[in-house]
Design a protein around this ligand. Structure first.
Ligand code: 5GP
Ligand code: ZN
Length: 134
């Protein structure tokens, strides 16, 4: 079966894209723990960070550095958690390297839980973020 995130990069599966460059692709998580929850992935498939190149690891973090402020501004967050589940034992479900950027508001509960925004809400969030990034 083709990799889910490679299919998203190829445009075979739709997504709420917020950023793309030569090496990195970023889109909203469909089960966000907070508004603006974004997945940042390398365009070159690797099962996890260690299986990929150091170059891609640098590009990923550089993209996080670039887009996280726009995400925070778009959703009115005060900070964010940056996460990566590395390996099945760590809770990795999709075997294509990805960072989670999870925006946080000051008074939000400490423990994240998945939310279920509508398609329209996800479209609106992605548009707000893209407007700031561009
Ligand atoms: P992991 O547990 O592997 O770190 O996280 C995988 C993430 O991918 C989950 O947060 C899940 O909500 C998200 N996800 C799973 N399938 C899809 C999909 O088809 N599209 C998008 N945008 N996100 C997905
Ligand atoms: Zn892949």
């Amino acid at each position: 079966m083709p990799c889910l995130f490679c299919s998203i990069i190829a445009g075979d599966i739709p997504c709420y894209k917020i950023y793309e460059d030569e090496h990195v692709f970023a889109f909203l998580d469909i089960g966000p723990v907070s508004e603006g929850h974004t997945l940042v992935i390398p365009k070159t498939h690797a099962e996890n960070l260690q299986a990929g190149s150091a170059f891609d690891a640098e590009r990923l973090l550089s993209a996080v550095h670039q887009i996280a402020p726009a995400i925070m501004q778009a959703v009115g967050a005060d900070g964010y958690n940056l996460g990566m589940n590395h390996g099945e034992c760590a809770g990795q479900d999709v075997m294509h390297t990805h960072f989670h950027i999870m925006p946080r508001k000051k008074d939000a509960p400490r423990v994240f839980t998945k939310t279920h925004p509508s398609k329209e809400e996800l479209v609106a969030t992605a548009e707000k973020i893209r407007e700031i990034i561009q």
